[in-house]
Design a protein. Sequence first.
Length: 172
Amino acid sequence: MKNPKYRLSFNIYMTKIYFSMPVIFVEDIKVSREFYQNIFSLEVEADFGENVVFKKAFSIWQKNRAKKIIFDNKIISERKEVNNNVELYFETNDIESIWEKISLSKVEIIHQVKEEPWGQRVFRFYDPDKFIIEVAEPMSEVIKRLHQLGMPKNDISIKTQMSLKAVEKIVS
């Protein structure tokens, strides 16, 4: 039974809202643009100078410009700590080659490639503005890898927390 306390009854048309993309504020738009283009081969969809939109990804915005617009030029105290409350998540079928590229660059590594308890191989590092970047293999690849290692489908389902039906579909 539904709790009537939470029932809303409006006789007005509600416009749907759709998530478009995350936007991160960066110290140096040129450095961050180059970083994401070189490391992840992201394609620029639009470049507005102080705002760059990456195709099928996210946007970066020059921090000082964003603050002026968002906070109407009011002085906002700067946080000096790392941005550990935001992570950008990327997937790749070739985690080893991306790891090699990252490990040879001058980025700050959080951790090397490791296997999470659910079987997914991942690594993390910081971008130039100290946002966490995670690179991981897609769960479909995890399931295929575990199956190739001889793990029974039911065990794969339990380990990956994916339904047995999804596991069977991926490995068939």
